[in-house]
Design a protein around this ligand. Structure first.
Ligand SMILES: NC(=O)c1ccc[n+]([C@@H]2O[C@H](COP(=O)([O-])OP(=O)(O)OC[C@H]3O[C@@H](n4cnc5c(N)ncnc54)[C@H](OP(=O)(O)O)[C@@H]3O)[C@@H](O)[C@H]2O)c1
Length: 255
């Protein structure tokens, strides 16, 4: 590696939706982006889409649920491009699940990707950043992690755990010079939300989500939640006492 190289940004879940739009937005800003996901083909398409932009996207396929995948991937990035400056741990999935179709296995799958996937990233990345006293990591959770929502028994649980994990780590990271941020999107039009068969208020495009994330990443604030009005409504829901909260979520039930 040469000293003139810009420090890389690593995005997991870069092959689709929010991660893909964010990777392209960063490449438009001239950043060197390493994009990870399982789909080699979709990552190759992403690399192609970035050709001609001021920055560059490099594909690094992996499965974030594999506990042995992230550390060697990071070692490869740092050997080739220098110390990692920033990571966005965005890989995630959704499996709608209510009471009638409750399956522990669905929860296990979402915990594996939405929580443990981010945890594997943190485990690999934190030691180097803490030792250097520099670096930025953002974990993508969801406003659906604020409280348990109908049809999201698995998704809300996995995202609530991811939020708590980041809240717990933030002060110590900050004290050591590492900025840990939490990204909580509302509804964004991606293949993930295409699984939902209910109305999704204030849904935005993946490109608009990427813009909101870019603005948040440029700040040091802990939480990057958007769209702002929807996130505010979800924060109000978080504060409601249970009788009021369930009166609202009962209305979200379908027959
Ligand atoms: N869309 C929304 O409304 C919304 C709202 C709140 C939060 N979020 C969160 O935002 C993040 C991105 O979601 P999205 O809406 O952009 O969904 P998406 O279009 O389905 O993209 C998900 C990305 O994660 C990758 N991924 C999934 N499982 C993986 C695994 N085991 N290892 C590596 N990569 C994996 C996928 O690539 P491969 O399949 O190729 O691996 C894909 O690149 C997720 O964490 C999601 O929970 C989304």
């Amino acid at each position: 590696m040469t000293t003139s190289q810009p420090s890389p940004v690593w995005i997991t879940g870069a092959s689709s939706g929010i991660g893909r739009a964010l990777a392209l937005a960063l490449a438009r800003q001239g950043r060197l982006v390493v994009g990870s996901a399982r789909s080699h083909l979709d990552l190759a398409t992403l690399v192609e889409a970035a050709r001609g932009l001021p920055g560059r996207i490099i594909a690094l396929p992996l499965d974030v649920t594999d506990p042995g995948a992230m550390a060697p991937a990071l070692a490869k990035i740092e050997a080739e491009h220098g110390p990692l400056g920033q990571a966005v741990l965005n890989a995630g999935s959704h499996i709608p699940m209510g009471a009638a179709d409750f399956r522990a296995d669905k929860l296990r799958k979402l915990i594996a990707v939405n929580l443990m996937g981010a945890a594997h990233g943190l485990e690999a990345i934190l030691p180097g950043m803490l030792a250097r006293g520099a670096g930025r990591i953002a974990v993508v959770a969801s406003v659906a992690g604020y409280r348990g929502l109908p049809s999201a028994a698995a998704y809300s649980a996995s995202k609530a755990a991811a939020i708590a994990m980041c809240e717990a780590l933030r002060p110590e990271c900050a004290a050591k010079g590492v900025t840990l941020q939490l990204i909580n999107p509302g509804f964004v039009a991606t293949p993930l939300t295409a699984k939902n068969d209910f109305a999704m208020p204030m849904m935005i495009s993946a490109e608009a989500a990427a813009d909101a994330i870019l603005a948040g990443l440029a700040s040091d604030r802990f939480e990057i939640a958007f769209p702002r009005r929807f996130a505010l409504a979800m924060k109000v829901l978080r504060l409601l006492p249970y009788p009021l909260f369930f009166a609202v979520t009962k209305k979200l039930l379908r027959d």
